[in-house]
Design a binder for this molecule. Structure first.
Ligand code: NAD
Length: 514
């Protein structure tokens, strides 16, 4: 049995990183929230949580900040985001390392998460000069009609453990250039990276204000706590928009509460992402695409590949090669060079995975892998060999998202039938087809093809770029964030009509002479 190569003295390393990143040490001890590293399972800090009154005060502070920030010209708001991007560049290695320590990501993925934050800052800086409205043809003489985009208010951001900082940045960078303030409730499993991110943001604010900027206090607030603190944000009357990332169960609770007070929701929920491997697929490329999408981040991405449909004619070539890759992938300390699969976040994730594998067996599946690795070395950490499960059909656990590295593989023969199966799950986040047949590729991307928010050809479903709008359909929640025109969700649109003539023609030819 090969060693997991686990590091020693993680707590001391975390403390020194947090200090370097500017986090107030007073927040890290004597609190009720035990922050742990999934790498060894040890507790590395006792973070002070925000009591409900403190959380309410942060939201009130963000509302006051909004009233000042909304009047700052958008390109000047962009300058603050530009400075934040500089702070992230300067501390990319440290914050990326902290992401690895707190979320268990391999080094390149921890750094990649911070790179994504930098990229969205760059995007938002450009956007701060491009919050365009339209001029619209009007039916009335001597009139002009246009639309104007205005800041919306306090943007609530609820995030999940698996992208502990990038998801906040996708939302906050856009919200800030749009003229909003933000209040962030990070996952209770990843408070440390949140504290570090906000400390870097505060540095950017200090530089901005030292250069004559007018960023108000409380512009990007952080509230730490569990579900109850999240609920408080969801229910607060001064929060007109909540962007919530997490499980479908969370979205099911949050969505109706927001609808009940007519607040806006951006829901980014669970996925059950699939890929179809067609007869003409480049199998070398497919193998690499599938391996990363299914095993990367230890199966803990919302876009992780969970269902693989393989055409009968290539099944017996591709699947044995895939199984070999599953058997040989390096599992262990995510910060060691060469490791591709780090730990699961916690015991709950491990138990959920084992339950799904049992259910798959009961439904006729043949399981390869899925066993716990290195238990003797790390009793409180949960490393597993990714599981590949050959299934006779799409039933039982295949229809649900299990947030762990399980890939269900199903043989198919008919393209139209496999498209129908692909879409026959409740989730609709990301999808792929591997083919060199133009008709299959284009059909997959067409209205008759994938019903997901993301549909790819010859790359796996995971690893989206920030330039595109990110999100999915059905039980994935329908929200879009990050690139394209996602910014519109963070602003309110006003339609304006101006009469510069001396008569008053009414719309639709209505006569009303008094
Ligand atoms: P989770 O649903 O357990 O928690 C997510 C966040 O929601 C946490 O901050 C939690 O405290 C908060 N929360 C939970 N219930 C709440 C409630 N009733 N009111 C207010 N806040 C509440 O999710 P997780 O285990 O941290 O993350 C994994 C899940 O997130 C997976 O389902 C994954 O697919 C999904 N995810 C989706 C996306 C996406 O963009 N679609 C991205 C990342 C993760």
């Amino acid at each position: 049995m090969t060693s997991l190569n686990l590091p020693k003295g993680v707590a001391a390393e975390v403390t020194s990183l947090l200090k370097d990143l500017g986090v107030d040490a007073a927040r890290l001890s004597g609190g009720t929230l035990a922050a742990r590293t999934p790498i060894t399972g040890e507790t590395v800090a006792h973070v002070k949580e925000d009591a409900p009154d403190a959380a309410r005060a942060a939201i009130d502070g963000a509302q006051t900040a909004f009233l000042a920030w909304r009047s700052i010209p958008a390109p000047q708001r962009g300058e603050l985001v530009r400075l934040f991007g500089e702070e992230l560049r300067a501390k990319k290695a440290e914050l990326g390392h902290l992401v690895s320590l707190e979320a268990g990501k391999i080094t390149s993925e921890g750094l990649g998460e911070v790179q994504e934050m930098i990229d969205i800052c760059d995007f938002a800086v450009g956007l701060s000069r491009q919050l365009y409205g339209l001029t619209i043809a009007t039916e009335r003489a001597d009139h002009r009609m246009m639309e104007t985009w205005h800041p919306l208010g306090v943007t609530g951001i609820i995030s999940a453990f698996n992208f502990p900082v990038a998801v906040w940045a996708w939302n906050a960078a856009l919200a800030l250039v749009c003229g909003n303030s933000t209040v962030w409730k990070p996952s209770e499993k990843t408070p440390l990276t949140a504290l570090a991110t906000v400390a870097l943001f505060d540095k950017a604010v200090a530089r901005y204000n030292a250069n004559g900027g007018k960023a108000p206090a409380g512009l990007a607030a952080l509230i730490i706590g569990g579900r109850e603190i999240g609920e408080l944000l969801v229910d607060h009357k001064n929060v007109p928009l909540v962007s919530a990332t997490g499980s479908t169960a969370m979205g099911r609770a949050v969505g109706p509460r927001l609808a009940g007070r007519f607040a806006r929701a951006i829901l980014e929920l669970g996925g059950n992402n699939a890929a179809i491997v067609c007869p003409s697929a480049d199998l070398d490329l497919t193998l690499r695409g599938v391996a990363f999408a299914a095993m990367g981040t230890a199966g803990q991405r919302c876009t992780t590949l969970r269902r693989l449909f393989v055409h009968d004619s290539v099944y017996d070539t591709l699947v044995p090669r895939l199984k070999k890759a599953y058997g040989s992938v390096t599992i262990g300390n995510p910060m060691t060079t060469g490791t591709l699969v780090g730990p699961l976040i916690d015991k709950g994730a491990f138990t959920g995975m084992q339950k799904a594998l049992e259910a798959a067996k009961a439904a006729g599946g043949t399981v390869t892998g899925g066993d716990r690795v290195g238990e003797a070395e790390a009793a409180d950490a949960f490393y597993v060999r990714p599981a590949l499960v050959e299934m006779p059909g799409q039933s039982g656990p295949v229809e649900h998202e299990t947030f762990a590295p399980i890939l269900y593989v199903i043989r198919y023969t008919d393209f139209e039938a496999v498209l129908a199966l692909h879409n026959a799950v409740p989730q609709g986040l990301s999808s792929s087809i591997f083919t060199n047949d133009l008709r299959e590729a284009e059909t997959f991307l067409s209205v008759r093809g994938s019903d997901c928010g993301i549909a790819n050809v010859n790359i796996g479903p995971s690893g989206a770029e920030i330039g595109g709008a990110f999100g999915g359909e059905k039980e994935t929640g329908g929200g879009r964030e990050s690139g394209s025109d996602s910014w519109k969700a963070y602003m309110r649109r006003a339609t304006n009509t101006i009469n510069y003539g001396k008569t008053l023609p009414l719309a639709q030819g209505v006569k009303f002479d008094v």
